[in-house]
Design a protein around this ligand. Sequence first.
Ligand code: CO
Length: 215
Amino acid sequence: MESFRKLLLANKAFVQDKMSVDAQFFRHSALDQKPEFMWIGCSDSRVPAEEITGTQPGELFVHRNIANLVVHTDFNMLSVLQYAVEVLQVKHVIVCGHYGCGGVKNAMGRKDLGLINKWLRHIKDVYRLYSRELETISDPVARFDRLVEANVMEQVQNLAETSIVQRAWHDRKMPEIHGWVYDMRTGYLKELARMQPGAKLDPIYSFEWDDDIES
Ligand code: CO
């Protein structure tokens, strides 16, 4: 059997499985979606968002890219974020990194990798921000782990700095932003950061709204 056929077969099993629990499952799920969570994760095949969080179709609105970056000029990520926050009105946005991330690993190196240099450059900027701390860590695995964590923390900040999130904080006191890291060595998720709506930002990144100025 050609390897890809396995996926089509598994899909038939998936349908049967869902129908056996709820015969109306697909009829209902086709009507609408109202996910409570947006997930920004790494494209890595070992970090399947729904599987590691035990979420079902309809629960998680997902964006994945290399090294789970929130780049403020990335129209793809921003479009997903805007739809999630403004239309679906998700309550939580979760940025999830993972130890052993190939994107972070390569960003720590000095090889010219072509186009992807441009993407990994954002992680090099995180390295520079945390370089004093990182360079005190002599164990290379521990240093790599710490950069993975620092990268998540920075992406949480980047999310809070978008006008999309700040406007929603102002108008609806939503969403909450979370920074998590997944450990492929154990299967566990770890909470690193949590940002409540209205959290204080560096003033240079903090937008002013008309009704704030009037009152
Ligand atoms: Co990765």
